[in-house]
Ligand binder design. Structure first.
Ligand code: SF4
Ligand code: SF4
Length: 294
């Protein structure tokens, strides 16, 4: 360029300057006239979105805004009627912006739209959208698809604490009530289990008295004998045994009682005299050992 410029004459330099100035002015004049019209704010899904090469692209937000596609993934929303409070979304969140406080119900609370039983209350279900990085992992793992990303993208707040969204389905008073109910239920259940676990003491019942049945043959009109079981008559209770005491015999040493005037003296009866037993003498067999005649 230096060699070419140096070779130009004075008039050549003048003509080159006018030509390059016109080149720049021509681009500016073209944009000046193009700025008199605007691009249509069409959805990015529109087939003619990239066909609009010219025109003003700036929009006067918030009075104007680009349309948001239907599958836009912005602010999170949880449809609590379908949430089974499984805690999966909180566990997978990379920035820990979901906080859940579940309370067990004493039974099934309701059923989600996909048929899943709901057995937990969400005393607290908070999502801090100020921390959210819009990765969408929480919506991916949600088993009932109740947690979704909506098209709402403008949710700026002056106070960052307002960015925490509460989806819990219990008020603080209701949460306390459910906790008390759960504690009572668990106590009753533990007592029932302890009762079941305790060994049963068998209660022995007295056996009924056995009464044998004896068949007594009866002659019917046709000459056949019917054997019908009849119960034996129960024997009457035995009278109580009272031992008979023998009268004491008067001993020889005792003095005779004085006879009363009305008393007729009976002749004294001799006590039966027992014969003295003969002493037992063992019979000894004569021994045959050593007897030559035997
Ligand atoms: S989109 Fe990502 S960052 Fe936001 S709440 Fe879900 S998992 Fe967490
Ligand atoms: S993953 Fe879905 S169902 Fe489970 S707690 Fe989160 S929002 Fe509820």
């Amino acid at each position: 360029m230096a060699s070419q410029g140096s070779s130009l004459s004075y008039l050549g330099h003048l003509a080159q300057g006018i030509r390059t100035a016109w080149l720049g002015l021509r681009i500016s004049i073209r944009h000046f006239f193009q700025a008199s019209r605007r691009r249509r704010p069409i959805n990015v899904d529109d087939s003619t979105y990239f066909a609009q090469e010219t025109g003003i692209v700036t929009l006067g937000y918030p009075y104007e805004a680009l349309p948001v596609p239907d599958h836009g993934r912005y602010r999170l929303h949880n449809e609590m009627d379908d949430c089974i409070v499984c805690d999966k979304c909180a566990k997978i969140c990379p920035v820990d912006c979901i906080e859940i406080e579940p309370i067990k119900a004493t039974g099934q609370v309701s059923t989600a739209s996909d048929g899943s039983p709901i057995r937990l209350y969400a005393a607290r279900f908070d999502i801090d959208m100020a921390k959210c990085c819009f990765c969408g992992l929480c919506t991916t793992v949600c088993p009932t698809e109740c947690l979704t990303m909506t098209r709402a993208y403008d949710f700026s707040e002056f106070d960052v604490r307002e960015m925490v969204y509460h989806f819990g389905n219990l008020s603080p008073a209701q949460a306390d009530e459910k906790k008390v109910l759960l504690a009572q239920f668990q106590q009753e259940k533990a007592a029932q289990q302890a009762e079941k676990a305790a060994p049963e003491i068998p209660t022995s019942k007295p056996k009924p008295k056995f009464v044998p049945k004896v068949k007594t043959p009866t002659v019917s009109d046709e000459g056949k004998t019917d054997e019908t079981p009849t119960e034996l008559p129960t024997s009457p209770a035995k009278p109580k045994f009272v031992p008979k005491m023998k009268p004491k015999l008067p001993s020889s040493t005792t003095e005779p009682r004085p006879a009363s005037p009305n008393h007729e003296e009976k002749p004294a009866t001799k006590p039966p005299q027992h014969k003295p037993k003969m002493p037992m003498r063992p019979k000894i067999k004569p021994s045959t050992d050593g007897d030559p005649e035997a």
